[in-house]
Design a protein around this ligand. Structure first.
Ligand code: FES
Ligand code: FES
Length: 156
């Protein structure tokens, strides 16, 4: 017998209805039930940051967050990127900071939250802010450049 229960999630400024088991993660709900595959399943244990999404404007690891705990909260994935996250997407492309792209959504959403708090970060602050997000292609220098570029051009 399925233990899945109805759940309403607000994702990218729209309401979505799904069924989720009590132990289902937000990542499973977003990717597997709702099709927001921009949130990547990397390590699936909280170590890489590839699954990062914004919940009430704060970056969270969707693989460590229970879907049912997100009812009534505002979730943003890379598909709903706006403001700073949109400016960061352009800056990542311009700076050549996207290689395979697997880490990129998590990097951008983490950086977007950082720029909301610190609109003009130093390179060291960017490195510290992104230290929990791993890039297996090792493109860190260009990623930092992209965030600084977005900050210089006025995002958010
Ligand atoms: S997939 Fe969530 S931190 Fe790696
Ligand atoms: S661009 Fe490939 S993991 Fe970062």
């Amino acid at each position: 017998m399925s233990t899945r229960r109805p759940l309403a999630l607000r994702v990218n400024r729209a309401e979505h209805e799904l069924f989720a088991a009590p132990g289902d993660t937000l990542l499973t709900a977003l990717r597997d039930a709702l099709g927001f595959t921009g949130a990547k399943r990397g390590c699936n244990q909280g170590a890489c940051g590839a699954c990062t999404v914004l919940v009430d404007d704060e970056p969270v690891r969707a693989c460590l967050t229970l879907a049912h705990e997100c009812a009534g909260r505002e979730i943003v994935t890379i598909e709903g990127a706006a403001g700073a996250a949109q400016a960061l997407q352009a800056a990542f492309e311009e700076a050549g900071a996207v290689q395979c792209g697997f880490c990129t959504p998590g990097m951008i959403l983490t950086a977007a939250a950082m720029l909301e708090r610190t609109p003009r970060p130093s390179a060291d602050e960017v490195r510290a802010g992104l230290s929990g997000n791993l890039c297996r292609c090792s493109g860190y220098r260009k990623i930092v450049d992209a965030v600084l570029r977005a900050a210089e051009t006025g995002a958010p």
